[in-house]
Structures are given as structure tokens and as C-alpha cells.
Design a protein around this ligand. Structure first.
Ligand SMILES: *Cc1c(COP(=O)(O)O)cnc(C)c1O
Length: 404
């Protein structure tokens, strides 16, 4: 008994909260860069679950690690030690050059944990008067959906009717170091920022911005918190996007691809001071640091490095970007990207990006629109030259049409 696409869609609409507007495809299987729908149509995944499946769908080594660990031990809580947490700490610290690690589950939880930690650091190390800590964030940010986070969003849809919100955040334009300098006060504890604004439409800051940001944060004893939940783990062609800027954050947030898409795993990585302020009982999570999550994350990090996915992202990303830039279509306003984090911004007159994504679906490509006029392209990092060329042909065919 096989339900049809319309059955699945209708049942979701009937029972589910309507907080998403998915493209009309019902997926049932994935392997590498490909996913298949319930009717066995194959698609090249150009979203990768918002960069959570950088390692490709159902990577066999991550799968094996998950199944093996699931047979042995899945959850202990942090009331006891488990034999996966210590090696996870060692391996993620070695990979990223971090001193301390706080394991959580979702990306938003990592962001919330970082906010709590930098505030505590501000009071106990920097000497900010209690209750006065300020955190600077950027306009058009995306850091997740919890109450603390949506309170400093600038997107009306994200915020409206969810208040009242927590105070203590200042919003400045992204890519503007002078605005950061002007916003810093003696009570500023941190600057929380994405290296590239993903949800905002793959917005890359001007070159030199992060060098100035780093200098300003250091000079003012402000913790630089980089949200690398989307940009991290190879997506931009480096392990961390900060490496393109030649800087190091004080606090780095990872999530999404930290599990290769198998399981929610996130982490706050920091210097000794920030996470060093947390004492027993002051922060926690039942599932954070559980042995299944740790085993999955260890395998997900290992394959990323061992299989050369980061270098591949740099190589294929450059090819994809060049190919997109070569498409001569008057629908295109701008093509942007770094590594395999790419976007095509359409002219407003070309019509909504969603129409182009639906047309791409008809050609065997799944991509996602963002902000009305931008098509975001982020395939798994295991994509090959043949896949890229195959995709480019289809993008060219669709982008030269006009859906206005
Ligand atoms: C996805 C994302 C988050 C939130 O992660 P969730 O796992 O959905 O809570 C935070 N920051 C950035 C930059 C993201 O892309």
C-alpha cells in the first residue's frame, strides 16, 4: 500500500503545524549527493538539509558508527561518564584547535549556551556589573529559533508576536567594522556573528572586515563568537570559515554537519576562560554529550578529513561558482559563493525564486529559495566534477527562462 505524494502532503497539512512551506516532493531515500522520492525519481540535493549533510546522505562509515554504538550504549546522561565523550572532546579540540568543549544537541542550543557562557564570563572575569552585560549582533542574522535568539532577530516574521524578549542585545549592520567600534561599551561581553550570513542569502562581508573585527574585540576585551553552524566543517572550502579571514574566534559554534545529518549534535568551542566559568549544576542537557551523539560526531569529523571533503568543497565550489557566473541570463542579478555555499540572486522582475526552484525540481535538482529572490545552492561536499557540470546545465536551462 503506497500512499501518493498528495496523500502525504494532505496528511501533513491536516495534522502538522504549518511552520514550513516545503517544495512538493516527498523523499524516502538518500545516498551521497542524491535523494529519491516515493515514486523513485532521483534528485541532486542542492540544499543538504541546510548544510547538515555535508558528508553526503547516509554516509556508510557514519552509519556503521551509529549502528555499532546504538547496539552498545545510547544514553547515560552526564550524571555518569561514558567512554565516547572523552575521545570526542580530544578529537574535536585537535581538529579545531580549541581548548574547551561544551556538547549540546541543536544549533540553537549551542547559541543559547554561548550567550549564557559569555555573560557569565563578563560578570566573573571581565568585571561587568551584574545584569548589565551587552552582546552585539548583526542585522539580518540567523542564529536559530529559541525565544532568546528570535528576540534579537531583525526579521519581522521570526519575531512578531513571540515577545516579550530578553534585553541585553544591540544590533549593528553586518560587514561594518566602524559600527562595531561605535557599539562597544565597557559592558560589552561579546560580538556574535556569522562569518557568512547564510539564511540572509549567502552574504559575504567585505574583505578585511573580520581582521578589523578581531582587532576591535581584542582591544576591548570582547569575546568574538563565530556562529559556524552553517559555514563550518568544510562548507566554504576550509574547515572553518574563519580560516579564510586568517583569524581565530574566542568562541566557535558548530552543529548541523557535526553529525553528518544522522542526529542532532552541536558544540560550543572556546578558549579556557569562557567555558571555564561554568560550574557543576549551572548548565546542562540530558542528551548533550551522549555516547551515541559522540560516536556519530567522531565518525562524521573523521570522514570529512580522511576523504578530502574540505579540499573537494574548495575545488568543486570554484567550478560551480565559475559555471554559474558564465550563465548569461537577464534573470540573474548576482552570483555569490565561497566553497560550496553558493547563491544566485535574481532580479526582482524575474519573479519569485521559488518558481525557479520548482522548475529545477522538474529537472532533477532540489534547491531552496530564500528571501523571495535568492536561490541557495549547497550540495553535499562529496559532489564530483561530473555532478557539478550536470547541475550547471540544468541551472542554465532554468535561469534563462523567465517566470515573472
Ligand atoms: C541552522 C543554524 C542555526 C540553528 O541550528 P538548529 O539546529 O536549527 O537549531 C544557528 N545558526 C546558524 C548560522 C544556522 O545556520
Amino acid at each position: 500500500m503506497s500512499a501518493s505524494v498528495t496523500d502525504f502532503v494532505a496528511t501533513e497539512a491536516r495534522f502538522g503545524a504549518h511552520n514550513y512551506e516545503p517544495i512538493g516532493v516527498v523523499l524516502s531515500r538518500g545516498e551521497g549527493v542524491w535523494v529519491w522520492d516515493t515514486e523513485d525519481n532521483r534528485y541532486l540535493d542542492c540544499l543538504s538539509a541546510y548544510s547538515a549533510v555535508n558528508q553526503g546522505h547516509c554516509h556508510p562509515k557514519i552509519l556503521a558508527a551509529m549502528v555499532e554504538q546504538a547496539h552498545r550504549l545510547t544514553l547515560t546522561s552526564r550524571a555518569f561518564h561514558n567512554d565516547q565523550l572523552a575521545p570526542f572532546y580530544e578529537e574535536i579540540a585537535a581538529l579545531t584547535g580549541s581548548h574547551k568543549v561544551l556538547p549540546m544537541n541543536s544549533g540553537a542550543e549551542a547559541v543559547e549556551s554561548a550567550i549564557k557562557s559569555v555573560r557569565k564570563w563578563g560578570y566573573e572575569v571581565k568585571g561587568v556589573p551584574d545584569g548589565q552585560a551587552e552582546i552585539i549582533v548583526c542585522a539580518n542574522n540567523f542564529h536559530g529559533r529559541t525565544l532568546g535568539i528570535v528576540g534579537f532577530s531583525t526579521d519581522p516574521g521570526t519575531r512578531t508576536h513571540f515577545g516579550p524578549f530578553a534585553p541585553g542585545f544591540r544590533i549593528i549592520p553586518f560587514g561594518d567594522a566602524a559600527a562595531l567600534e561605535a557599539a562597544i561599551t565597557p559592558n560589552t561581553v561579546a560580538f556574535l556573528v556569522e562569518p557568512i550570513q547564510g539564511e540572509a542569502g549567502v552574504i559575504i562581508p567585505p574583505s578585511g572586515y573580520f581582521t578589523e573585527v578581531r582587532e576591535l574585540c581584542t582591544a576591548n576585551n570582547v569575546m568574538l563568537v563565530l556562529d559556524e553552524i552553517q559555514t563550518g566543517l568544510g562548507r566554504t572550502g576550509k574547515l572553518l570559515a574563519e580560516q579564510h579571514e586568517g583569524i581565530e574566534a574566542d568562541v566557535t559554534l558548530l552543529g548541523k554537519a557535526l553529525s553528518g545529518g544522522f542526529y542532532p549534535v552541536s558544540a560550543v568551542l572556546s578558549n579556557n576562560d569562557v567555558l571555564g566559568t561554568l560550574r557543576p549544576g549551572q548548565h546542562g542537557s540530558t542528551f548533550g554529550g551522549n555516547p551515541l551523539a559522540c560516536a556519530v560526531a567522531r565518525a562524521a569529523m573523521r570522514v570529512l578529513v580522511d576523504e578530502g571533503m574540505i579540499e573537494n568543497a574548495a575545488r568543486q565550489g570554484a567550478r560551480f561558482l565559475d559555471g554559474l557566473r558564465d550563465i548569461r541570463a537577464n534573470t540573474i542579478r548576482e552570483v555569490r559563493g565561497r566553497g560550496l555555499m553558493l547563491a544566485v540572486e535574481l532580479h526582482p522582475e524575474a519573479g519569485r525564486a521559488r518558481r525557479y526552484c520548482e522548475a529545477l525540481q522538474g529537472k532533477g535538482i532540489l534547491a531552496k529559495d530564500t528571501h523571495e529572490h535568492t536561490i541557495r545552492i549547497a550540495p553535499p561536499l562529496v559532489i564530483t566534477t561530473d555532478h557539478v557540470d550536470w547541475a550547471l546545465e540544468r541551472f542554465a536551462a532554468i535561469l534563462t527562462q523567465d517566470f515573472s
